[in-house]
Design a protein around this ligand. Sequence first.
Ligand code: SAM
Ligand code: SF4
Ligand code: SF4
Length: 485
Amino acid sequence: MSRPYLKLKMENEQRLLAEIRAKEPRLTAFPPRCTFEISWRCNYRCKKCTYSKLTRPEGFSATNYPEWNWDDIERIAEEYFPTCRLTQSTLLGEPFLSPQLGNLMNLYRRFGVYYRPTTNGSLLTEDKLDTVNGVVDWLKCSFDGHTADLYERLHLNGNFAAVVRNLKTFSQYRRYMTPFPWFRIGMVLMRSNMNHLKEYADFVFQEIGVDEMEIMALNYANDQMTDEFYWDLEDDVNARLDELVEHCIDKKYRLRLPFARMPRMDGTWNGPTGRRRADEIARSQPAADNSGYEAYSEEVRVGDIFGNRQTLEKGYVWSNEMRISRIEGVDGSWVGICPALNRPFFKPPTVESDGKDWIKVESCGSCSTYVFGNLKERSFSDIYASPMYRQVRTFLYNRYDIPRDDWMIPCKHCLCVDPVYRYESNGVPNVGLRFFPGADLYRPPRNTFNQSGLLRRTWDYWRQHGFASTVRTAVRFIGDRYGRS
Ligand SMILES: C[S@@+](CC[C@H](N)C(=O)[O-])C[C@H]1O[C@@H](n2cnc3c(N)ncnc32)[C@H](O)[C@@H]1O
Ligand code: SF4
Ligand code: SF4
């Protein structure tokens, strides 16, 4: 089957690579992928997610959250999709809840774009599979526990039996789909599930039939989930991960880890650093058998122009320390590739503090981030050429020569740059700051600072970690926000 616009997509990619290598602040080629999230509506309430916040009003449900209207979807697709290879949805919301799913998939077909959903699996019933056939080349299901008891403790209103049934059906049905979708299952590591990793791996590979298992690090999302944090258990986490790595290599299970080791809360290491351990795993494991995957899409098999495959890696086990990709500039220096360069984020509709409707273009998902512009008011090309986008690019091209303490605020704690799982990057202090056009990117924006929220979070942290640790973290947090002139 021919893929519409494929030649244009390939030419665009080559131009992008050349422009980034030349460190052009103004790019004419678009990124080959994007995070395209038309809604945050969701039928679930997971413990780790902001939707389970106790401060939500009684009877809260995210099932009716707003969604992009069709005119906006078509307008952005017509501008962005001809050169785009794939989109993903990763931040919040359940993609299979959208009433526009069928129309959306037809739009993707028209422009030859692949759709990569991250789903809770509850609505992934057989009837949806025909709708997404030919468009979904990769799917990830979030699944935090391999028994009904554990699953329903973490996915608060979830139904384990129904989800397992859907996932088994999807795994089987894939043989009728072209391309054959890659099937990843993802567990967010938490205190409740960290002692069951090997059993979880056996269940998802043997019972469900996934291609790959991912473990994700837990980010702070609400105060009620902080009892699932494991900042104080780094030795246990590292021991459990070591056991899992050995198990997966032995069984030939593909495993993606957020980090190969975790540091102590103060940033020091007990034993090798994550990067050293990642090198050790990469060196010592046997090469993976990557033959026989012809039915999967080229994007799954080969990855993108930045060498970022994310699926058929050289070995069975890989961690983010092995992945952070960089390319050589024409001047011989390195450019680290991150979502601001290869994957803009088009967000669901919001009303911002200026009282206007926004569809925000941001650089990245879960970290504190840059808001480059409003797609309700401007085209993507216009936003892509804006001074703020150019300023961020210029910084990214040069950041290896700048001491980290002098970086722009969001990049300073970003896991795309340095995958060390740290309290400062993933914990309570990293509540999503937003930098709008015109903001000073080196100072925290005052309008998003919420004092009572900060006091509440500090108290929560104090109760869990004690006085000394709270003071140390507070000093770092305040220094970060106010330390620059
Ligand atoms: C928020 S969900 C949205 C997609 C879909 N509703 C789902 O759960 O798969 C996107 C991903 O973020 C993960 N996630 C949710 N809350 C998280 C947290 N506090 N820390 C780390 N990952 C989280 C989910 O497990 C999922 O893989
Ligand atoms: S399914 Fe995803 S978006 Fe919905 S509550 Fe769970 S983590 Fe949040
Ligand atoms: S915070 Fe900086 S390094 Fe991280 S994804 Fe955004 S722009 Fe890239």
